[in-house]
Write a protein that binds this ligand. Sequence first.
Ligand code: AMP
Ligand code: ZN
Length: 108
Amino acid sequence: MDCIFCKIIKGEIPSKKVYEDENVLAFHDINPRAKTHIVVIPKEHIESAAAIDAQNACAAANVFTAIPKIARELGLENYRIINNCGEGAGQTVFHIHFHLLGGDLRDF
Ligand code: AMP
Ligand code: ZN
């Protein structure tokens, strides 16, 4: 499958990892749009938030369980979590991911 995030999970494409467990990987966004910009993904390939169902919802839950740990490790007290679902909403990589943005976000 030609999925850039699956390749990052497999180590075929390098990334600056900040967190990894059995189900979740987090790494620095290559094109950061905030002081801290992390991409958090489940290791399970799910195309987008629109493809979440009762069978795979645990993948999303695993991401949301990891996010507070990642934020703590990075010293983020305030942060924003963004998911772009669908091309028209700005999704460019079709492996579900959550942008974790930190820094001073008041003007964003
Ligand atoms: P989205 O536009 O919501 O689909 O987000 C995809 C994000 O993945 C963008 O913010 C990209 O900058 C980021 N991205 C794409 N390729 C890589 C990569 N190889 N390493 C890190 N981040 C990437
Ligand atoms: Zn994938």
